[in-house]
Ligand binder design. Sequence first.
Ligand code: SF4
Length: 331
Amino acid sequence: MAKQRILSGMQPSGLLHLGNYFGALKNWVELQDDFECFYFIADWHSLTTHYEDPSKIRDYSFNVAVDWLAAGLDPEKSTLFIQSHIPEHAELFLFLSMIVPVPWLERNPTYKEKQDEIKNVDMSSLGFLGYPVLQTADIVLYKAHCVPVGVDQEPHLEISREIVRRFNGIYKKEVFIEPKAKISQTPKLNGLDGRKMSKSYNNAIFLADDEKTLEKKIKSMLTDPQRARRDDPGDPDVCNLFPLHKLYSTPEMQAEVREGCVTAGIGCGDCKKMLNASMLRGMGPHMERRREFAAKPKEVMDILFEGTEKARKVAKETMREAQEAMKFSHL
Ligand code: SF4
């Protein structure tokens, strides 16, 4: 039986951090054996927030690709490509834009949320309002059956399904597939200061961080605020550090930390040293592979170009079908 197709993308709007890894990338790597996976660098989407200075997007795109490969995305198993190298994404976006009512986009909850969240960029652009249409084009161009999402992102796919139904209904042909969510559980992970890990809050541990930077960041992490002195007992369940122990430390070490914390048997400095050792063990192989790929930019770009060629064949065929259904093609 043919494998179902999965599609997902990441915006190259900065370096990838642990939130991106545990929230998506780790899952993408695991999906490679059971699905036909298409993963793309969503550089056009990055323009919604970086339109004033897009010059860094190219460098971020390269770094995203390096992290993907270092994390285990395998070009033999998955098709890895850059969105802007496939003009059919923009072409389909245009066709879909003609049939999507503007109130659908204005109703989109993330539209309002992001406008409230991002204060340093004017987000009142047509491009930002229409990003769910571009996102839908990205997905349906490859007739993806599923899109991997976290539990709270499921509603984001509903607008894509509505757009698919509208297109297929107007042109009376089932050209596009309604994408389903492939839900994955993602651990809650905060940044160094206890807020959501985000590059814009300057509180992230990046996959590109080296050993020294990692150690420095762990030392600076906020701990249980009630544990003001060394002999105050703490509570790992409210501490910002413990979720990282859960991800990187052995069960024995987690038990030792918990016991030492609640009895004030260990200090936060000891606990941070233990976490640093665990994270070095866990992230060390990624750091090593990352350095290797970063030193071979031509090889990395060739992987993306080969993926682009493969993806574009699929995209062109879908566009041919869509235009045929619309009876629009002059060819
Ligand atoms: S000992 Fe560890 S878990 Fe407890 S408050 Fe300090 S850093 Fe947090």
